[in-house]
Design a protein around this ligand. Structure first.
Ligand SMILES: NC(=O)C1=CN([C@@H]2O[C@H](COP(=O)(O)OP(=O)(O)OC[C@H]3O[C@@H](n4cnc5c(N)ncnc54)[C@H](OP(=O)(O)O)[C@@H]3O)[C@@H](O)[C@H]2O)C=CC1
Ligand SMILES: Nc1nc(=O)c2c([nH]1)NC[C@@H]1CN(c3ccc(C(=O)N[C@@H](CCC(=O)O)C(=O)O)cc3)C=[N+]21
Ligand SMILES: [Mg+2]
Length: 291
C-alpha cells in the first residue's frame, strides 16, 4: 500500500475561504472579528507561531493585536492585561501563548481568560462543556485533526484510535473528541509499557509526543491512518514530526506531513473559533438592542 497524503495546507486554505466570507458578512453588519495574542518572553518557536497567527488574521481581514511582554512580567500584571482584554469589545478571542515562564502559574492564567473569549478552548469551562458534548470552543489542534478526518470522509464510528500523548492541550482533548465521534479510544503515554502492542491494533494513530521517530512502520498495522501532530527539529534543524514519515508511507493508508499537516489546521481552527465568538457577540448585541 502507498499512503495518501492528507494535505493540511490545502484543507486549511479551503476552510479559510469559508471563514473569509463569514468575516466579510460580519464586517458588513458593522463588526470586525478581533483576536489578541499575548506573548511573554522571547521563545523562538513561539515567535514563529505567533507570526503565523498574525498573518492568518491579516489574510482573513480580521483585527489582531499582539501584546509582547518581557519574561520578567509578574503573574499579577499578566492577569491585569487579560482583564483588560476580557472587557474590550473589539476583542473576541484571547490567546496566551504557552509555555509561560516558570514563575507564572499557567492554570491561573488560563482561568483568568473569559470562557467566552477562550478561543484556544483551554479554560476548564470549555473543557467540561466539550466532555459533556455541549457547545464549546474546541481546542484548535484536536479540532483541526477532526476536520482533516472529515475531509477524507473517514467514518470514526467503532474504529480503534490510539492517541499517543496525554497533554491537556493536545492528547487528552483529542481522545475526547474522538470518543464523542463514537471511536474506541486508547491513550498511550510515557508510562505505557509496550507502545507497539497498542499502536499495532490501531485503525488510526494520533502521535502528539514531541519526539521524532516515535512512530515507525514497526508500530502500525497495514492500512492505518497516521496523524502526526509533533513539531520537532532534526539534527540539521529541519522541521519534522513524531512519525518516521518515509518509513510509514508504504504501510499506512493515509499520513499527514510535517510541515504542511496539522500545524496549518491549528491556526485555521483558531480563526474559526474567533469568528464564532464574534458571531455570538453580534447576536448578543442584537438581542440587547431589541429590548
Ligand atoms: N501541530 C500543531 O499544531 C501542534 C503541535 N504541537 C506539538 O505536538 C507535540 C506534543 O505537544 P504537547 O502535547 O504540548 O507536549 P507535552 O510535552 O505536553 O506532552 C507530550 C506527551 O507525550 C508523552 N510521551 C513522552 N514520551 C513518550 C514516549 N516515549 N512514548 C509515549 N508517550 C510519550 C508524554 O507522557 P506523560 O504524560 O507521561 O509525560 C505526554 O503525555 C510537540 O511536538 C508539540 O510541539 C503542539 C501543539 C500544536
Ligand atoms: N496558547 C497556545 N495555543 C496554541 O495553539 C499553541 C501554544 N499556545 N503554544 C505552542 C503550540 C504549537 N502550536 C502550533 C501552531 C501552528 C503550527 C504551524 O503552523 N506549523 C507549520 C509550520 C510552522 C513553522 O514553519 O515552524 C506546519 O506544521 O506546517 C505549529 C504549532 C500552537 N500552539
Ligand atoms: Mg505542554
Amino acid at each position: 500500500m502507498t499512503a495518501q497524503i492528507i494535505n493540511g495546507k490545502e484543507i486549511a486554505q479551503a476552510v479559510r475561504q469559508e471563514i473569509r466570507e463569514e468575516v466579510e458578512q460580519l464586517k458588513q453588519k458593522g463588526l470586525v472579528p478581533g483576536l489578541a495574542v499575548i506573548l511573554v518572553g522571547d521563545n523562538q518557536a513561539s515567535q514563529t507561531y505567533v507570526r503565523n497567527k498574525e498573518k492568518a488574521c491579516a489574510d482573513l481581514g480580521m483585527h489582531s493585536v499582539l501584546i509582547k511582554k518581557p519574561a520578567t512580567l509578574s503573574q499579577e500584571e499578566l492577569i491585569e492585561n487579560i482583564n483588560e482584554l476580557n472587557q474590550d469589545d473589539s476583542i473576541h478571542g484571547i490567546l496566551v501563548q504557552l509555555p509561560l515562564p516558570s514563575h507564572i502559574n499557567e492554570e491561573a492564567i488560563i482561568e483568568a481568560i473569559s470562557p467566552e473569549k477562550d478561543v484556544d478552548g483551554f479554560h476548564p469551562i470549555n473543557i467540561g462543556r466539550m466532555m459533556t458534548g455541549q457547545r464549546a470552543f474546541l481546542p484548535c489542534t484536536p479540532y483541526g485533526v477532526m476536520v482533516m478526518l472529515k475531509h477524507i470522509n473517514y467514518d470514526l464510528e467503532g474504529k480503534h484510535v490510539v492517541v499517543v500523548g496525554r497533554s491537556n492541550i493536545v492528547g487528552k482533548p483529542m481522545g475526547q473528541l474522538l470518543l464523542n465521534a463514537n471511536a474506541t479510544v486508547t491513550y498511550c503515554h510515557s508510562k505505557t509499557k509496550d507502545l507497539t502492542y497498542f499502536t499495532k491494533q490501531a485503525d488510526v494513530i494520533v502521535a502528539a509526543v514531541g519526539r521524532r521517530n516515535t512512530i515507525t512502520s514497526e508500530h502500525i498495522k497495514e492500512g492505518a491512518v497516521v496523524i502526526d501532530v509533533g513539531i520537532n527539529r532534526n539534527e540539521e534543524g529541519k522541521l519534522c514530526g513524531d512519525v518516521d514519515y518515509e518509513d510509514v508511507l508504504s504501510k499506512a493508508s493515509y499520513v499527514t506531513p510535517v510541515p504542511g499537516g496539522v500545524g496549518p489546521m491549528t491556526i485555521t481552527m483558531l480563526m474559526q473559533n474567533t469568528i464564532e465568538s464574534a458571531q455570538r457577540a453580534y447576536n448578543v448585541r442584537q438581542s440587547a438592542l431589541k429590548c
